[in-house]
Design a protein around this ligand. Sequence first.
Ligand SMILES: [Zn+2]
Length: 207
Amino acid sequence: MKIDLHVHTSNSIDSLIRPEDLAAKSEKLGIIPAITDHNSIASNNLFPSIAGEEIKTDRGDLIALFVTDLIPKDTLFEDALDIIREQGAISYLPHMYDSTRHGTVPKENEIAKIDVIEIFNSRTLLDRYNQAALEFAEKHGKPGAVGSDSHFLLEFGSTYNEVPDFDLDDPKQFLKSLKKAKFVKKKAPFYVRGTTTVVKFLKRAFK
Ligand SMILES: [Zn+2]
């Protein structure tokens, strides 16, 4: 099955993806998204997905996959890792070396608590940031995964993980399955990042 582990919807301040449109595209392409809205958990009964949250911690972004209870914005990075564990969820570290986008590198004592490293993020402009994340994952024996970080529907479908089927409610099966992942990676068009900033501005202005 195909999964994209990093997708935003209109619940995020900087995304315009309507859940119903994502549902249609997900079904058409056969790619199941993890919905990872900023500091919120989207309730989705429309189509198969993985519940996620991209938390803005005190140090940078951290994604919780299979999350059940909201982890508040500005939670300490290390505390967020512990809360994710307590929930039986999976920690997924996005764009860790991308300093322009709230990436953060775990401290020595935190590394053991990270479950999965995002080794490719479609919106990361500099290839060396993705390359460094891949090297970090290899050095520390962490499974890698890829995410489109879609904020617009056109981005969804370019990047995904092809993995053996697993039960979407089972984080342990997911981790096992991810070890056999094949990655399809494509960078987002260069203009999408600037456009996201405009969307954020307009959504704030017209709220
Ligand atoms: Zn994101």
